[in-house]
Design a protein around this ligand. Structure first.
Ligand SMILES: [Zn+2]
Ligand SMILES: [Zn+2]
Length: 312
């Protein structure tokens, strides 16, 4: 080896990724995967164990305001694999101030916003206006049926009131999630169950609004998203095709290893169909089966990058 070749070799070696700190190159899903809905674990290794175990390339960390040090530690453990959203009690008087600071600190959205208020109430309306001002999306948990006695409901009134919200806040980017959002892909939903089963009555408000409103996107995470895409196999392929630019893969999975160890859906009895399973793996499997490769790639990777305005 002459001196020049040797020096080129040294330079190339220096440019090599440090093992374990970079996203895996090969991917079992046939596309890199971005998990939009991942609740940050207290310790970075536990967060990385889920990503690596489930074959997830990058994740959006859902965090609570006040956990900036933890966010920094997680991002430092694996540069280029994370973005993050911040959440804070929207009924507190300093909510706007705290969430504005989070965006200044690098948060790329609000979420998840899961609070016992009305979807069109003053607490959330303030956040819709603020998100538009700051040009960040917000992710909302809609739920009308308790999972546990006296749990209460979250961002209520979705089916009846949210079209008016979408119209009134055209500059706000909304990402819908959870039970009521997904149960309402079916036109016959009347808040009778967390996760309805069986055939979907075409023309549900979620399906309609995704088509009508450019500012509405959908987070397919959790049992709610998985159930909606699994309950009527005749519905799913066309739905994915129809809204291929609006749907975003997320897991909301609490399992330990990306293979279903530990608890995946918070011991929610209504979500027992996913007990012992990794929600990320289950939903990626459903999507891969129901969508052609170019659509699958948008759902699990491209759309999230576009929405968050980050390079893919
Ligand atoms: Zn949620
Ligand atoms: Zn999992």
């Amino acid at each position: 080896m002459n001196r020049r070749t040797f020096l080129e070799g040294v330079a190339a070696a220096a440019a090599l990724p440090i093992l374990g700190r970079q996203a895996p190159a090969a991917n079992e899903w046939g596309s890199p995967v971005f998990d939009l809905h991942f609740h940050m674990r207290p310790q970075p290794p536990a967060t990385l164990a889920h990503l690596d175990g489930a074959g997830v390339t990058k994740a959006n960390l859902l965090t609570r305001a006040g956990s900036l040090e933890q966010v920094k530690a997680t991002m430092g453990a694996a540069p280029d694999r994370f973005t993050w959203f911040a959440s804070y009690d929207v009924s507190k008087p300093d909510a706007e101030q705290v969430l504005t600071q989070a965006v200044k600190d690098g948060a790329q959205g609000f979420g998840e916003l899961k609070f016992h208020v009305a979807a069109d109430g003053p607490e959330l309306r303030r956040m819709y206006a603020l998100a538009a001002d700051l040009r960040v999306p917000l992710l909302i948990h809609f739920q009308e049926v308790d999972h546990f006695p006296n749990e209460g409901t979250w961002a209520t009134g979705y089916a009846k009131t949210f079209a008016a919200v979408l119209k009134a806040h055209p500059k706000t980017t909304f990402i819908g999630h959870a039970d009521a959002f997904w149960a309402n892909v079916s036109a016959d939903y009347r808040n009778e169950a967390s996760y309805p089963s069986g055939p979907i009555a075409r023309g549900g408000v979620t399906d309609t609004w995704l088509g009508e409103f450019p500012n509405l996107f959908a987070d397919m995470s959790a049992n709610s998203g998985n159930n909606a895409l699994s309950r009527d196999p005749g519905f799913t392929p066309d739905f994915l095709k129809r809204h291929q630019d609006k749907l975003l893969f997320g897991s909301d999975c609490g399992c330990a290893d990306g293979h279903g160890a530990g608890v995946s859906q918070g011991n929610n009895p209504a979500a027992s169909r996913l007990a012992g399973k990794c929600v990320a793996r289950e939903t990626l499997t459903v999507l891969k089966k129901a969508a052609p490769p170019e659509v699958f790639q948008k759902l699990v990777w491209g759309n999230a990058h576009k929405l968050l305005k980050i390079p893919a």
